[in-house]
Design a protein around this ligand. Sequence first.
Ligand SMILES: [Zn+2]
Length: 323
Amino acid sequence: MLTKVYTNIYLNEIPLPNNPLRALNSYIIISEDKNLIIDTGFNRKECKDALMKGIKELGLDLNNTYLLVTHLHADHSGLAGELNKAGVKVYAGKIDGKLINEMSSDEYWQGFEEYKILFDLEKDNISFDDHPGYKYCLKEPIDFIPLVEGDVLSIGEYSFEVIDIPGHTPGHIGFYEKKHKLFFGGDHVLESITPNISFWDFEEDILSVYFDSLKKIYNYNIDYLLSSHRNILRDHKRRISEMLAHHEERLQEIKEILKNKKMTVRDVAANMHWDLSYDKWEDFPNPQKWFASGEAMSHLEHLYYESEIGRFEENGILYYKMI
Ligand SMILES: [Zn+2]
């Protein structure tokens, strides 16, 4: 469904079937000589139909149309290959663009097998083929035009500046339009749901990186924060404060869970509270087990980096405990 949200800016709602996110907000910005699309939906028929319907309704010439990908997740980048084949040039952040191409090969996802053991998820009998990020991603690498912070993309009356907002993914970017106080923020700040902050590697405390990116955007002058899921935000400062408080509560919750014993990532995740309609961990669909473990992991690693908890490995499985 196509809705006009601002002068020459349209929201094309792309359904995400059987996914708790429900829909992706793809934005289309039109001008006399070129058009921009921000994010695409999964690489699956239902998303492609909706994406193409919006493009057709606005009568876009794909040879004068550019795709901007905010971050690597398949619900944002999945159809980049299809659009590219149809004549659209594709921009992505330097870091996530490279990762999107790496993720188009099965080898990347084999790495999940190692984490499955480390996180104690073997007993859940899950596999990376259950992961929507794997199922609906780009299947062949494409030539991205890489974007870095400070790059400016001009279209009609708008000038969009590329802003680094890492955290939700390692190379998440947003687009800021200073004059009109618009910010296309991808999944950085969302209304009514909290973006999944996952685990990427042991090299960095990604939750701290995310907190810094939230604080960075807090200070921007923004009238409309055009996010990729749920409603467009009018008061990003309130929402950022709520989200920072939410993660603080999560960290306290984990410390409480670890109070009396050492625990694996899976067991910490299973004991955390989730806004899902399942009574117990065993009922979680496999993709939700991946997401919950990743979320638990980013918080556990943050506490580890802050020297609040310890971690050790036993028989190839990772354990955390209070110090
Ligand atoms: Zn995302």
